[in-house]
Design a protein around this ligand. Structure first.
Ligand code: NAD
Length: 334
């Protein structure tokens, strides 16, 4: 029902901010966004939404956050691109507190629906050694050998959702997101991921008139990237479906990092001299989403063309960087 209270944990972040915006567009009238960051740092913020600053590591705050809700989306986590997760494993694992305390609150307060954002980082590393990848199917998470730190936390929290469903009858739904990108997200500061980082580097080179770009790894590593609109659609479908197992929500359009850079150069209308930093964190050699299951369950899969999504993302980051250069306040609030 459109007047049921919906809580978006991590509502000040990239995906959470978009989810709040999307729920408003759909006509939900009672939305609560919760994040640890001060509200000035939220990517999207709306005056008709109840915006709460709470640290969800703390159990008591989780009860306050979800009180009265019908649906709770857990998009709160300490996360970032490879540069962040390879160097902050303990911090990433501490996000287990958020999911654990939220699940306890949801159970004790009788809340109907709970969505958890897991990640392709749960998949067994042995299946991702080759740039010429075999796309990852849901069963490839076991036997377990996930990304150290961040991936272990995600896999453990997935299982926590499973057991709260099995033992207490809580409606938990788990998505394994594959690299999400789009406007209103992190593009600098160390937590940014490859699509935003590539846009920022290309724009910076263009604005400064230099001709260089540094690429992490040898550029041959392959990935798929999902545009935010597809992420939102898949998230909503899953949350309200009867499907109970973790499921991939990701694009299956595979590109190498070099091809991603080609694309952004083309959008920018420049060609840069590439240097490859082989010591930088680069993650697994290849990763793609096998979408057989999501097609079977929903008759749908993320399909926004990378080029289309990257044009939107590039334009937003470009405007942000120009605004900063001109000393203007960066406006990401509505
Ligand atoms: P994000 O960093 O933009 O948003 C996460 C938000 O959670 C941040 O605003 C952060 O302040 C908040 N947060 C962190 N710890 C908190 C705490 N203790 N209490 C309250 N708020 C806290 O990241 P995102 O890209 O929007 O990711 C959302 C979710 O999706 C995360 O769980 C992430 O692991 C998952 N995910 C994202 C991607 C991706 O490519 N973006 C891929 C796979 C999974």
């Amino acid at each position: 029902m459109k007047n049921d209270l919906v809580v978006v944990c991590g509502g000040g972040g990239f995906i959470g901010g978009h989810l709040v915006a999307d729920l408003r567009r759909q006509g939900f009238t009672r939305i609560r966004a919760v994040d640890r960051k001060p509200q000035t740092g939220w990517y999207q913020r709306f005056p008709d939404v109840e915006n709460l600053v709470l640290d969800l590591d703390l159990k008591g705050n989780c009860y306050s956050a979800v009180q009265g809700a019908y649906t709770v989306y857990n998009l709160a986590a300490d996360m970032g691109g490879m540069g962040f997760i390879e160097n902050n494993k303990a911090l990433c694992m501490l996000s287990v507190l958020i999911n654990t305390h939220l699940l306890q609150a949801v159970k004790d307060l009788g809340i109907q629906r709970y969505f958890y954002a897991s990640s392709a980082c749960v998949y067994n590393g042995d299946k991702q050694r080759d740039t010429n990848v075999t796309a990852l199917k849901e069963e490839d998470a076991y036997p377990a050998l996930p990304e150290d730190g961040y991936g272990w936390e995600k896999l453990f929290s997935e299982r926590m959702c499973r057991h709260f469903r099995e033992d207490y009858g809580i409606w938990t739904r788990v998505a394994r997101y594959h690299n999400v990108y789009g406007p209103f997200g992190t593009y600098d500061g160390g937590r940014e991921k490859a699509p935003a980082a590539t846009c920022r580097k290309v724009i910076a080179a263009k604005l400064a008139g230099t001709n260089d770009i540094e690429i992490w790894g040898d550029g041959h590593q392959t990935r798929s990237f999902m545009y935010i609109d597809d992420c939102l659609k898949g998230t909503q479908m899953l949350t309200h479906s009867d499907f109970v197992e973790p499921i991939n929500i990701g694009s299956s359009e595979l590109v190498s990092i070099n091809q991603l850079v080609d694309m952004v150069e083309d959008i920018a209308g420049i060609k840069l001299k590439r240097s490859y930093n082989l010591k930088a964190p680069k993650g697994v050699n290849g990763r793609n989403s096998d979408n057989t299951l999501i097609q079977k369950v929903f008759g749908w899969e993320p399909s926004t063309r990378l080029r289309d999504g990257m044009e939107q993302t590039y334009r937003w980051i470009h405007d942000q960087m120009i605004a900063r250069k001109e000393g203007k306040a960066v406006q990401s609030f509505h």
